[in-house]
Write a protein that binds this ligand. Structure first.
Ligand SMILES: Cc1cc2nc3c(=O)[nH]c(=O)nc-3n(C[C@H](O)[C@H](O)[C@H](O)COP(=O)(O)OP(=O)(O)OC[C@H]3O[C@@H](n4cnc5c(N)ncnc54)[C@H](O)[C@@H]3O)c2cc1C
Length: 433
């Protein structure tokens, strides 16, 4: 039986008109589910509705590719970032890329008719993402994907309610979800006492408590400021020998025209010079492996925004500190430090970052994982962000090893969405096997 594809918007590129036959082969399970609801198949299923999923969806749709996005829009920003957070990325590096360049933060601000603060407040950025989704990505299905499997033509994507979709390609755009890093010394402590920063949405929850924040980057420093402002007694412990602050030079940032573009490309990742390399992912990719890794690290090494310094006045910031062990006690935790001293606190907040390992994505089954080249946890991606499994793409943080550090930030959506869309149109749907 032939399954209808979604109607295509006008302006379909001729390459797509001549794409391989997408009629599912007999016997392919295109439909399942407790409710027995039939779903049409689509060219591309995008898992995740954060900035990357939304941007890729907007570009593919504009190119005439039928798309189904899964997941709650901007949910990571709503459910895993602390209320009151301000974005570290600059205004010009925080637009979610759209094909017509018409759905920028500026356009959203004009529509709001209210000035948005700089730095951008988290809740405003979430609203911007929802506005973007509402305008450019209709028909998002907020279900989670629970399983992705290959089938004869492409992929079968199973949703949490048991329904299934058949897709020619799948784009995994799940960001940092599931990759929070918990150092081994804290692994066995209860999550009530040791909280990863990605689980601390309401800083007021720690009001009046004694808290140690572990880490020395933006997340640690901003979380410490928010908890401090909520009335907790906070100290920051970092292994680094010193803290780094990102201060924007008024003189350099005040440049206009060519000078400005040379000093600071809009991606806004890395110091002048290196920022030009990483702003061009194909150029960064040409660097020999160890040099590419050094450049990437230099561009994203832990540092706090300069505007946090004042807010952290009164918060002890201890460098050169390593927690050797942690022991639960009736009234909190005892941390033993590198010099043998100990520190008693009620809670620890781990701003210890994320470790990308796509092997931990719960929806990728063993058969797919066995075919996925991912020696370090990151998938190896070729042009079009396609993995070693034809038709399976990864965008956002999971693509950073292949395409550079800009992929960890919203500003990487510009390159990603265009490159992926061009590749999909060039190679057809489903992917050639
Ligand atoms: C505290 C913090 C502050 C940050 N600040 C900035 C900043 O100022 N500027 C910046 O550019 N970047 C910032 N980042 C990085 C930011 O996470 C990325 O830039 C951005 O979120 C990447 O977008 P994404 O679409 O890849 O991921 P996300 O925005 O995380 O979206 C992924 C989505 O996938 C969903 N998902 C996961 N699994 C499934 C599933 N099985 N089915 C359906 N959906 C699923 C998730 O719920 C999530 O909504 C920050 C990160 C953190 C942790």
């Amino acid at each position: 039986m032939s399954i209808p594809t979604l109607p295509r918007p006008g302006g379909i590129p001729s390459e797509l008109e001549t794409a391989p036959d997408r009629t599912p082969a007999a016997g392919i399970p295109t439909v399942s589910g407790q409710l027995g609801v039939r779903r049409p198949d689509v060219d591309v299923v995008i898992i995740g509705a954060g900035p990357y999923g939304l941007s890729v969806a907007a570009h593919l749709s504009a190119a005439g590719v039928s798309v189904q996005v899964l997941g709650r829009p901007m949910s990571y920003w709503r459910d895993h970032m602390p209320r009151g957070m301000l974005l570290r990325s600059s205004w010009e590096a925080s637009h979610i890329a759209d094909p017509g360049r018409a759905h920028t933060l500026d356009a959203y601000e004009r529509q709001l008719a209210t000035a948005i603060g700089r730095p951008i407040p988290l809740d405003r950025f979430v609203d911007y993402g929802l506005w973007f989704a509402g305008r450019l990505v209709p028909g998002i299905d907020t279900s989670m994907a629970t399983r992705v499997e290959r089938d004869g033509l492409g992929f079968r994507v199973v949703l949490e309610n048991g329904d299934a979709l058949q897709a020619g390609r799948v784009v995994v755009a799940t960001g940092l979800d599931g990759f929070a890093h918990i150092p081994v010394v804290f692994a066995s402590i209860s999550p009530e006492q040791v909280i990863h920063a990605s689980d601390l949405v309401d800083p007021n929850r720690l009001s009046g408590r004694q808290v140690a924040v572990i880490g020395g980057g933006q997340s640690a420093l901003e979380t410490a400021a928010l908890i401090h402002e909520a009335g907790a007694a906070v100290r920051v412990l970092t292994r680094a020998s010193r803290l780094r602050w990102l201060r924007r030079s008024q003189r350099l940032h005040g440049q206009q025209g060519l000078a400005r573009r040379l000093l600071y490309p809009p991606t806004d990742v890395g110091p002048p010079g290196l920022n030009q390399i990483v702003a061009r992912p194909p150029l960064w990719r040409q660097l020999p492996g160890p040099l590419g890794a050094r450049v990437a690290y230099r561009c994203i090494r832990p540092a706090g925004a300069g505007w946090l310094v004042e807010r952290l006045a009164g918060v002890p910031l201890e460098t050169g500190r390593t927690v050797e062990s942690a022991e639960e006690r009736p009234d909190g935790l005892r941390l033993v430090l590198e010099d043998g001293s100990h520190l008693d606190v009620e809670h620890v907040v781990l701003a210890t970052g994320y470790r990308v390992d796509v092997g931990r994505l719960p929806f990728l089954g063993p058969e797919l994982l066995s075919r996925l080249r991912r020696p370090t946890g990151y998938p190896h991606l070729r042009g079009g962000f396609e993995s070693s499994v034809p038709g399976l793409h990864f965008v956002g943080a999971a693509s950073a090893l292949s395409w550079g550090p800009v992929m960890r930030f919203v500003s990487g959506t510009t390159f990603t969405a265009r490159a992926l869309t061009e590749a999909v149109i060039r190679s057809g749907i489903p992917a050639a096997r």
